[in-house]
Write a protein that binds this ligand. Structure first.
Ligand code: FES
Length: 179
């Protein structure tokens, strides 16, 4: 997890949080509330945040990390702008959900639980999302893709990339029109 590259926004948010730590008493009872505050602000717990909390509470980083990893609510990678959730509940699993997950991982060059360097995509496995009749299911952003197939992975990722390029071209056109 040491290779998470922080954006300037992440750094600014952490800096701001540093000053808010003094609101808390230096007690390990406050560890989870502090981690929750950081996650709410930064959306994940980067290594710098773990070190900061350890320093504040005067406990080893490994203890902070150990507690944080115990709870599913804490993330150690930044969320992608297009979060991908692949359902591996029973109905999806028996219909090749794991191969769909593997194809996303291969296509994007990351593992589940990780985020691409440009922060465009992140991949997570999830348990049943409640629409087993559509199995296997993957969710990209807010769109549920039912009856998924490993062969559809490439097209879905490409569609997002094409839309992003289109938006970027529009933005540049608008900017040059304003000058
Ligand atoms: S198991 Fe995937 S939607 Fe139910």
């Amino acid at each position: 997890m040491d290779d998470v590259v922080l954006t300037s926004e992440d750094k600014a948010a952490l800096e701001e949080l540093r000053s808010q730590l003094d609101r808390y008493e230096k007690s390990t009872a406050n560890l989870i509330p502090i981690l929750q505050m950081i996650q709410e602000k930064v959306k994940f717990l980067p290594p710098a945040a773990i070190k900061m909390v350890a320093g504040f509470l005067e406990i080893p980083s490994s203890q902070v990390y150990g507690v944080a990893t115990f709870y599913n609510q804490f993330k150690f990678n930044p969320p992608g702008k297009n979060p991908i959730k692949v359902c591996l509940g029973t109905a999806c699993h028996v219909r090749a959900g794991d191969i769909i997950l593997e194809n996303f991982e291969r296509k994007l060059g990351i593992r589940e639980g990780e985020t691409t360097e440009d922060r465009e995509f992140s991949i997570d496995r999830v348990a049943c999302v409640g629409c087993c009749a559509l199995a296997p299911v993957a969710i990209m952003g807010k769109t549920v893709h039912g009856h998924m197939a490993p062969s559809k992975v490439e097209g879905l990722v490409m569609r997002v990339q094409i839309e992003r390029e289109k938006a970027e071209r529009e933005r540049q056109k608008n900017e040059s029109g304003q000058n």
